[in-house]
Design a protein around this ligand. Structure first.
Ligand SMILES: NC(=O)c1ccc[n+]([C@@H]2O[C@H](COP(=O)([O-])OP(=O)(O)OC[C@H]3O[C@@H](n4cnc5c(N)ncnc54)[C@H](OP(=O)(O)O)[C@@H]3O)[C@@H](O)[C@H]2O)c1
Length: 361
């Protein structure tokens, strides 16, 4: 019998679900044992259910083509086939909250890409390089849910991954005021240019709910565990504009920062390239070896050249220069559906397995 943990993908037919399926092909620790989606897809083979909607560059893995898609709402049935699940369903926030807790209550850990539980006080929201210690709140969550091994853990929004790791690397210089503008890819809306032709040569200055997430979520990452819940940090204050641009994959951020302790350029670059965390120490399978790269060329980072850095799990930074109003400014880039969605969730699950929270049933 395989020693790998059996994983289910809730919302496995969607854009993020497909990214999970691709990333988990040949994963050394996890194997896809169940795929669940809406009642529209349930009962069909995965290949039939996805049909022409396969949006990845690589072919659909053979191992999943003939899996029969299950109904996400048949919680007990799906849960009985797996050790844990990744969640990427698109339902209302309340429905997602409920269904993710229902899975947890069947003693099935849920690692979610969705925003529904990001502010539930005893749910850890993790970027494994930044706040692996937040997993400790799982113990109080399990008490609330009445479970032994079931819990929900989440990853933060894709938009913050191009600057939150950078600000974390610079923590010792005490950044206190940040202005960020994000230039976000259309795959963040689950779209390609074929499904959203209006985006060709276009810019849309609105992404619903995104600015609030981009301003607030980093503070929760930098929060502390107190009495079994996460207490968000108070600073730096972040203000953000989020703009949809005609790019398929890759969120770019242009960022201005004020620091209490004034760093030199050399110090800032040094802290970026030496920043690493638990995933690197534990050599987790999806961990980038070098989490943040600094590019000296004036025309980098570029989506076309840099989005796949470290298989889409690394962050690329460039254009660090002094500013006349703020102290320093820079440009950051990350892959929104890899580091920002499915890849970030897979890395969280690897960390949770290494920490002993996800085990075989
Ligand atoms: N795209 C990104 O980069 C990104 C990044 C971060 C977070 N997210 C979030 O991740 C979630 C999935 O995004 P996506 O872009 O992958 O969406 P998507 O391509 O529209 O896929 C949605 C998935 O949810 C299922 N679904 C839809 N309605 C359902 C219902 N009423 N009951 C059960 N299942 C249902 C779909 O099943 P069928 O195929 O059967 O319809 C499909 O598997 C969303 O909440 C989104 O906000 C996306």
């Amino acid at each position: 019998m395989s020693e790998k943990l059996k994983v289910g993908i809730l919302g496995g037919t969607g854009m993020v679900g497909q990214r999970f399926i691709s990333l988990l092909e040949n994963h050394p620790w996890f194997e896809v044992a169940a795929i669940a989606a809406s009642p529209r897809s349930a009962g069909k083979t995965y290949e039939e259910a996805v049909g022409g909607r396969w949006k990845m560059d690589t072919p659909m893995p053979e191992a999943v083509k003939n899996l029969i898609v299950l109904n996400v709402n048949d919680v007990e049935h799906v849960a009985s086939q797996v050790d844990f699940v990744f969640s990427a369903v698109d339902m209302t926030k309340d429905e997602i909250k409920k269904i993710e807790e229902a899975y947890a209550k069947t003693e099935t850990p849920v690692v979610s890409n969705n925003s529904a539980h990001r502010w539930t006080p005893d749910v850890p929201m993790m970027v494994p390089e930044i706040n692996p210690e937040h997993a400790a709140v799982i113990e109080s969550q399990k008490k609330r849910l009445g479970t032994k091994r079931g819990f929900v853990a989440v990853k933060p929004n894709c938009s913050i991954q191009s600057y939150a790791p950078v600000l974390t690397a610079w923590k010792e210089f005490e950044p206190y005021e940040v202005v960020a503008t994000t230039y976000q890819a259309i795959s963040g809306a689950g779209k390609t240019f074929a499904d959203w032709p209006e985006m060709v040569g276009n810019i849309i200055p609105y992404i619903g709910g995104e600015e609030e997430k981009s301003e607030k979520e980093p503070l929760r990452l930098w929060g502390k565990v107190e009495d079994g819940v996460i207490v968000p940090a108070q600073s730096p204050v972040i203000t953000c504009q989020c703009i949809r641009v005609p790019v398929l994959n890759g969120h770019t951020a242009a960022v201005f920062v004020k620091f209490k302790k004034k760093p030199t350029k050399e110090e800032l670059i040094d802290r970026l390239v030496h920043f690493s965390g638990e995933p690197q120490r534990l050599e987790l399978p999806s961990a980038p070896k070098q989490f943040i790269q600094y590019l000296e060329e004036d025309n980098r980072p570029q989506v076309a050249l840099d989005v796949n850095y470290e298989n889409g799990m690394g962050i690329s930074v460039g254009r660090l220069r002094e500013d006349t109003v703020y102290d320093w400014k820079f440009v950051g880039l990350s892959h929104n559906t890899v580091r920002g969605a499915a890849g970030g969730a897979v890395l969280c699950a690897e960390l949770l397995k290494a920490q002993g929270y996800i085990t075989k049933k």
